[in-house]
Design a protein around this ligand. Sequence first.
Ligand code: ATP
Length: 328
Amino acid sequence: MISVEKLYKSYGTVEAVRDLSFEVRKGEVVGFLGPNGAGKSTTLRIVAGFLGANRGRVLINGHDIVAEPFEARSCIGYMPENVPLYPELRVSEYLRFRAELKRVRRADRAEAVRRVMRNVRVEDHADVVIAKLSKGYRQRVGLADALIASPPVLVLDEPTAGLDPNQIREVRELIRGLAAEHTVLLSTHILTEVEATCDRALVIHKGRLVAQGALEELSKLRETSTTHFVVRGDAQKALDVLEAQQGASKVRKRKDSAEEVSVLDVTWKGAPEATPDKVEHAVAALVGAGIAVREASPRKASLEEVFSLLTEEDAHSDHGSDRDGEAK
Ligand code: ATP
């Protein structure tokens, strides 16, 4: 459905997208996840045909977005981060106008407007002037606009940005509802958004893909990437020993540690299946340094920790694109 191959895009000296390749298959809802400035909007604009890449290729339903722009773009409904609505038009007027622009047949336009207003639940606001809509309703109108020409693929840039918690829940439900009939690629910098809405995530950082996988696969990283150590003895020494371990990315001492006994968490980088070996070495090193180890157990890292681990590693190694986060 969406195929992105070795995409590059620079703005002057800023390399916004670097060697980015991924696929979104039919019927999937894929979250494009990354911190601010990661290159999400740039990529989505290229995918939707609104921005040219420096290098690389985008195929939508087999149509090259550059060589066959009409065919490719007619398969996509794109919702930009800031939906450019016409404030003086009523909701139904605006959608009718958009239907015309997107070449929906004249005879089908009225029904198309009714259908999308029903889909995104704005029927009761059909005659309201856009300037008077709340942010949440504007987002819905943006979504209706993306849907008006019945495209099989939806590309949504931060669809819940700036909404309150109730509106976020509603828009997420709408997107999940659309998933039955559409392939969806949506960007977000919020992990819980991906958990709530998507089947699979692509994690992007500094323009590169640093991980991808089904959410269960990313969740496996949560379970295996952090070890909880309870040690007795010189806490500073224990910290030093753990920090010196190969693959230790982050070592933290819990604030609630008692005076004699310290609780330390180590987050490991690298393949999850190598974690037990690293733990074994760490225990031996601690004991060798005269520190008693009372406990060494896996701790379920938060998705935020996994996210920060993935993006940090990329910052250190600068080779993010040759790794992916799938627990193989
Ligand atoms: P956010 O979540 O903040 O919207 P993003 O992941 O969507 O971020 P992009 O907007 O794609 O990221 O930006 C990627 C990089 O490209 C950033 O360093 C940004 O400053 C830069 N950039 C984006 N648009 C332009 C532009 N028109 N001119 C110059 N630099 C740009």
